[in-house]
Every structure is written in C-alpha cells, then in structure tokens.
Design a protein around this ligand. Structure first.
Ligand SMILES: [Zn+2]
Length: 263
C-alpha cells in the first residue's frame, strides 16, 4: 500500500469506532436508497418517477418525496424500489468494511462512493443504467475529497496516482464498451473511472486489482446465472454491481492481508 495508508494498514481491529460509525452511516443511507433508486430507475429518455407506478399516487413534493425509508407505496402497498432487506445490510457491510480498512480523506471519499454505489447497483439491477445524474457529481465529490486529503496530508503523489487510476480505468472500460458492442455500457466506464480514482490513490497495482476482481466477479455471476438459466448466452447482466464489489474487495482484502498472513 502506498499513500495515506503506508505502514498503518494492519491497525484494522483497533479502529472499531470508525468501523461502527461507517457501518451505521452505510445502514442509514441504505435505508434511504429504495425511494431514490425507484425514482431514478427509468429509461434514459423517460422522466423521473413522480409517484407509485402501480396506483399513480404521487410522492410528496420536494425533499420529503426523495428522503424516505418507505419502500412500499402507502396507498396500494406495491413495492416502490428495491427491498431494504438487502440495501441496508449491504450498505452497512460495504461502509463498515471500508471503515475498517482505510482512514483519512480517502476513507471519506470511499464511503461516499460506497453509499452512492448501493444506489447505483439498485438502479443498474432494475434498468441496466448507471445515470450520469449520480456518477458525474460522484466523480466531482471524489476529486474534491481526495484533493483535500492531498492538500492537508501533503499526499500529492497519491493524488496524482489517483488520476492515473481513474483515467486508466475510464480508457480501459471505455474501449471494452466500444468493442463489446453495448454489452458493457459507457455508464460502466464512467463508474470504473470513479472507482479508479479511489483505487489509484494506493497506486496502479490496486487499480488493476480492483478492475480485475470486478471482471472476475462479473464472470462468476454470469456463469451462475447461466447455470440457473436466469439469462441466456445472449442476455446481458448489469456490470456496475460487479465493478463495485471488485473495487471493495481489492481495498478490504489488501487491508486484511497482513492480519491473515503476518501471524
Ligand atoms: Zn401505489
């Protein structure tokens, strides 16, 4: 590991407060995910959902219509969004794992990505899209948060490395999206760029490992889906969730490795 975590990664079990706070924040954001995911999970040329798709009951106007833990329509009981039975635990485990593995501003950046990642995964699973409305501000937030980390900790080398990671994964997955003829979308390439920024902070091997693990997870899911006959050979699976899991695994396993091997 390079950058902010140099020499301090094995402190994993000691930072339990940070881990718990991260996990709690991930759980709360996971609880708020279904409504936002439901409203944004539309085809690219459709307007955001303003109400229940089953009975057309409108969501409250303004912030109250977005920030709600309700995952079902109060009028008809139809599901409005993904189940909180997965968004809450996944949000908690994702953020908690990062809280145990990273520290400093790169942890803040990674937590923002993990919270947005649960939302992006929910939307990608629903409509095979990773909306720019989320990935663009997310990329900006990561650039800013890592910039604060670089400025306050003098970590300019890590910051430069983050941009190398982001651009490398953007180009790699952008190229894949062109040659795959749409199996892998440009949205996946943009998400890969965001993940490359965070992974790249720790050097290019971390960016490569995160991307490779994402492709591996995607392949394993595809094989299982084929065996279970959930998709045909021509069917396409959303890649966003696999990319997120791969990046998460690279960061968490790297932090956990000294605990496992240096006994
Ligand atoms: Zn309804």
């Amino acid at each position: 590991m390079r950058g902010a975590c140099q020499g301090t990664v094995p402190a994993m079990p000691l930072d339990s407060t940070v881990t718990l706070i991260s996990a709690a924040a991930g759980a709360v954001c996971g609880a708020l995910t279904p409504r936002i995911a439901y409203r944004l999970a539309v085809a690219w040329d459709e307007p955001r959902r303003a109400g229940c798709g089953a009975c057309a009951a409108a969501f409250p106007p303004g912030r109250a219509g977005w920030l709600s833990v309700a995952a079902r329509c109060p009028a008809c009981g139809a599901a409005t969004g993904p189940s909180p039975w997965w968004t809450v635990p996944v949000g908690a485990v994702a953020a908690g794992g990062l809280g145990a593995s990273l520290h400093g501003w790169v942890l803040v950046a990674a937590l923002v990505v993990s919270v947005a990642g649960v939302l992006l995964a929910a939307i990608d699973l629903a409509v095979h899209r990773l909306p720019d409305a989320i990935t663009a501000p997310l990329a900006l937030a990561v650039v800013m948060l890592l910039g604060i980390g670089a400025a306050t900790g003098g970590e300019w080398a890590a910051y430069g490395s983050a941009f190398v990671g982001g651009v490398a994964l953007l180009l790699a997955f952008g190229l894949l999206s062109v040659v795959s003829g749409g199996q892998l979308g440009l949205g996946d390439a943009k998400l890969a760029a965001v993940l490359g920024l965070v992974l790249g902070w720790f050097g290019w091997p971390m960016a490569v490992a995160g991307a490779a693990l994402g492709v591996l997870v995607n392949g394993l899911v595809a094989i299982v889906a084929l065996i279970m006959r959930r998709v045909g050979w021509r069917g396409s699976l959303p890649m966003g969730p696999a990319l997120l899991v791969g990046a998460w695994l690279a960061l968490v396993l790297t932090a956990a490795a000294p605990l496992i091997f240096n006994r």
